[in-house]
Write a protein that binds this ligand. Structure first.
Ligand code: MG
Length: 466
């Protein structure tokens, strides 16, 4: 009896403490085109990333974490809304991402993580690359963010130097002129610099991020820090240029690692570390077309623009010493899952009037429970290419590492890989396991039907629309 009272008492105390805990702060550090193999703790033999590695040691390193699409705009739309971009026109078979002449953006009816957290009075900031519409009516302040500072689309746009860059990227130390890329730097909805000086962009994003945390430490906050690097053209500040003695790409990643250190420091200095969850990840795999200026997917096949593992599996870490139980998670998660996870942890309601594609990972984070994500659909360029369960993966369509103008290859025979035994997708087992193949094809048909039902005509392909 006494024992039961004690248990009851402890449970009540736990419930009370849990209730009294302030909702956690959230920080997402989202890199651009960073590969699965570009981090020390994910196996890179040269790049020094002590701060990111410390996150992995003290937090959860996820080895099977995915983005919903292998290119920028759709990947970002999916992270912020918890929905496959096919559901809201944020993917296209023709134009892959938004460009400086695009008239559209993420539909305002979409509900972002920032808007979900606003219902719990979070302070919110987007710092860095947006790429969900650069016109004032589509900028972050229209999607739940109090503040925006950054280059609104890819840092190689507004330029005729792209071909030249591709040629010179053979040289690992080639350093372009920042003036060749006439991209704007925007604060809230106003252009404050053009061309943006990209040599200091990682540093300035970091300073703004630290400032935002300092200014909002007395209330819950959500910081979405989306670095423009290491998307080409690569730039670093003077302090980091040549520091690695390896290549410009390595210097760039080491400056991002410094930036992560600054974020962790400011959280610790203000005793916010035990009530903040920091997520480190990337928007898609490495842009291999750019040779020494592109990163590495490690053991994974291919990179950006493909639905092979190298295109969509990204190096991901959750850090939160007071909230996240440390360990290596060899189960599946996706950026689609961040919205439902943050909603649960903050006590916010999930949008109930629309289909979400994410799972709530909070129990994995706090208790290392089994991940609720047991499978994953690989969409790219408005088409369903592949599907995986906890072991096998089927491909029905493929693209080679991204070259503009190439179209999708519809496979005559689907391919099947055992991702546990063959992480590099080298050995096709389709003939060995016809029953798995047929089961997976049925699942893909169901996904196609489910998605087809959910797309209003006026939302289809907003990237292509002029
Ligand atoms: Mg990208």
């Amino acid at each position: 009896m006494k024992h039961r009272i004690l248990v009851c008492f402890s449970l009540c105390c736990f419930a009370l403490t849990a209730q009294m805990d302030p909702p956690p702060n959230f920080v997402i550090v989202f890199c651009d085109d960073l590969g699965y193999g570009d981090i020390g703790s994910f196996g890179h033999p040269i790049i020094q990333t002590p701060n990111i590695d410390r996150m992995a040691e003290e937090g959860q390193k996820w080895t099977q974490f995915y983005v919903a699409d292998p290119v920028c705009t759709p990947s970002r739309a999916a992270l912020l809304t918890g929905r496959y971009p096919i559901r809201n026109g944020m993917t296209s078979s023709k134009r892959h991402v938004f460009f400086p002449d695009s008239p559209n953006g993420l539909p305002l009816e979409e509900i972002t993580i920032a808007e979900v957290l606003k219902t719990r009075d979070y302070a919110t900031a987007a710092i860095g690359k947006w790429h969900l519409g650069h016109l004032p009516k589509f900028l972050p302040q229209q999607q739940g963010f109090d503040y925006y500072y950054g280059i609104p689309y890819s840092n190689d746009m507004d330029s005729n130097q792209w071909g030249q860059y591709l040629k010179l990227a053979e040289d690992p130390h080639y350093f372009s002129e920042t003036e060749f890329f006439n991209v704007p730097l925007i604060e809230n909805a106003r252009v404050i610099e053009r061309p943006a000086d990209q040599t200091t962009i990682t540093k300035r994003y970091t300073q703004k991020a630290v400032q935002f945390i300092e200014q909002n430490k007395a209330q819950p906050f959500f910081l979405y820090l989306a670095h423009s690097m290491p998307h080409i053209p690569l730039f670093v500040s003077e302090e980091f240029r040549g520091r690695s003695k390896a290549s410009l790409y390595v210097d760039v990643i080491e400056e991002i690692d410094w930036s992560v250190g600054e974020i962790l420091n400011v959280l610790e200095k203000n005793q916010l570390d035990r009530n903040t969850i920091v997520v480190f990840t990337s928007d898609n795999g490495p842009w291999l077309l750019f040779k020494t200026h592109g990163g590495s997917a490690g053991p994974l096949r291919a990179g950006k623009g493909t639905t092979f593992e190298g295109g969509q599996r990204v190096p991901t870490i959750f850090w939160g010493p007071g909230r996240v139980m440390p360990g290596v998670i060899n189960q599946m998660g996706a950026t689609l899952d961040l919205l439902p996870t943050f909603a649960n942890l903050s006590g916010a309601e999930l949008p109930s009037d629309r289909k979400l594609d994410g799972y709530d990972l909070s129990q994995v984070l706090t208790q290392k429970s089994s991940s609720p994500r047991k499978d994953f659909f690989y969409w790219a360029f408005a088409e369903l290419h592949a599907y995986r369960n906890e072991r096998y993966k089927i491909h029905i369509k493929q693209r080679e590492p991204i070259h503009y103008g190439r179209s999708t290859l519809v496979l005559e025979q689907p391919e099947l890989y055992d991702l546990k035994a063959d992480i590099s997708e080298k050995h096709d087992l389709a003939e060995t396991f016809p029953e798995i193949l047929s089961d997976f094809l049925d699942k893909m048909d169901l996904q196609l039907m489910d998605v087809a039902d959910s797309i209003p005509d006026q939302l289809a392909d907003r990237i292509q629309q002029k």
